[in-house]
Design a protein around this ligand. Structure first.
Ligand code: ATP
Length: 231
């Protein structure tokens, strides 16, 4: 679905990504994992087509007109609008005609009771749920999530993860970024380990303890020491 060939991105003389090669297949669940500043968000934006690589390419293979759903790190919602109006607005601009998916999503995410509330009346966690719903309202084939769970309590996380697991089992491709090991354990993704702009390795969730971190930064080593010990 997504083919990354030698993806390199340079900004103000600094390489934020260097020679990334990888392939995202239909139905994959992948996490971009690495320390702060590793280049995860930049790579996700390149996958979403929002940023153009300086060198190399990211090709999307899909027959759909709008195959990607991107949920940004910052909540991107309009204050003053109700949740219902917000969803209706994005449904219209993405030309999603079927209500079935939207209604399933509303039920699964547990947002049916807040449909008539305005965005500014919602807690941070509830806004995250609505942000997720908006980013995937057009039922995309590939869902790209940049820290979509920040500030979300365990009950809300459970709703979001159950919905994402269900979609992934039905064939939706998911690529996500998180620093939350609970999320990783729940979604059991393939881990693309990024460090200092380089893709060090790709490893299945259940083989994470075999990862060779030689050449990785101290921050990356520490992340694994802390998390893998509790895996
Ligand atoms: N527009 C920009 N101009 C210059 N440098 C940038 C820009 N965007 C990001 N960077 C730098 O690129 C590097 C990678 O940033 P990026 O946000 O992709 O990392 P990340 O792995 O997602 O980090 P975090 O886990 O902290 O969100 C960082 O050093 C960051 O400061």
């Amino acid at each position: 679905m997504l083919n990354l060939q030698d993806v390199t991105y340079k900004k103000r003389g600094k390489y934020l990504l260097s020679g990334i090669n990888g392939h995202v297949k239909l139905g994959d669940c992948i996490t971009l994992f690495g320390p702060n500043g590793a280049g995860k968000s930049t790579l996700l934006k390149i996958m979403a087509g929002l940023v153009k690589p300086t060198k190399g390419k990211c090709q999307i293979e899909s027959s759909s007109k709008n195959p990607i759903g991107y949920v940004p790190q910052q909540v991107a919602l309009f204050e003053g609008l109700t949740v219902k109006d917000q969803l209706a607005y994005y449904q219209k601009i993405t030309k999603q005609k079927s209500d079935t998916f939207l209604n399933d999503m509303i039920q699964s995410l547990g947002i049916e009771d807040i449909l008539h509330k305005r965005i500014e009346q919602l807690s941070g966690g509830m806004q995250r749920k609505v942000n997720l719903a908006v980013g995937m309202i057009h039922q995309p084939e590939i869902l790209l999530l940049d820290e979509a769970f920040v500030g979300v309590d365990l009950a809300a996380k459970y709703d979001m993860l159950s919905w994402l697991n269900q979609l992934n089992q039905q064939g939706t491709t998911i690529v996500f970024i998180t620093h939350d090991w609970y999320i990783i354990n729940s979604l059991k993704p393939t881990m693309w380990v990024l460090d200092e702009g380089q893709l060090l390795d790709q490893v299945e969730w259940n083989s994470i303890s075999y990862l060779n971190l030689n050449g990785g930064s101290r921050s990356l080593q520490k992340m694994f020491d802390v998390n893998v010990a509790n895996h």
